[in-house]
Every structure is written in structure tokens, then in C-alpha cells.
Write a protein that binds this ligand. Structure first.
Ligand SMILES: [Zn+2]
Ligand SMILES: [Zn+2]
Length: 80
């Protein structure tokens, strides 16, 4: 009932009404952004070493695994 969601990016509780589900974890909306350029990620993202990257920055370093690495970002409201 009082189970709180913890952000997979910053590991702090998510108290926002609005959160994002990415790579099987929950994230603050503000934490879902590229670790390289800081762009907010909206529909898809790429995960490496527990950090999210945009397509452009991920492709720079991992061009051959781009297809397999794409994650979908889905929006949801917390139960609170
Ligand atoms: Zn966070
Ligand atoms: Zn980027």
C-alpha cells in the first residue's frame, strides 16, 4: 500500500504523480535524459552502464548494437 517507487537513475523515491517506465525500472521524468548531451528522451532510449543515452550518442560508440539496445519509454501515473 505504501510501497514507494524508487528511481532507477538517481535512486531517490519518486513522489511525483507522473513517472516513466524504462528498461524495467521506474524513473523520474527529469532523470530520463541523455548522459552525454543532456537531451530529454521521449519515445526511446539506449542503456549502457546503467546510463541512458540518446540515439545519436549511443550510435557514436555502439553502432552495431543499436537495434538490440533500443528501449521504449512508457509513461504512467504513480498509484499515489
Ligand atoms: Zn530520479
Ligand atoms: Zn545525447
Amino acid at each position: 500500500m505504501d510501497q514507494s517507487a524508487v528511481c532507477a537513475g538517481c535512486h531517490r523515491n519518486i513522489t511525483d504523480r507522473f513517472l516513466l517506465r524504462v528498461t524495467g525500472g521506474l524513473w523520474h521524468e527529469e532523470c530520463v535524459r541523455c548522459a552525454a548531451c543532456g537531451d530529454a528522451l521521449t519515445s526511446s532510449c539506449f542503456l549502457r552502464d546503467s546510463k541512458l543515452y540518446c540515439k545519436r550518442d549511443y550510435y557514436d560508440q555502439e553502432p552495431h548494437t543499436l537495434q538490440a539496445a533500443a528501449h521504449t519509454i512508457s509513461e504512467q501515473f504513480s498509484a499515489k
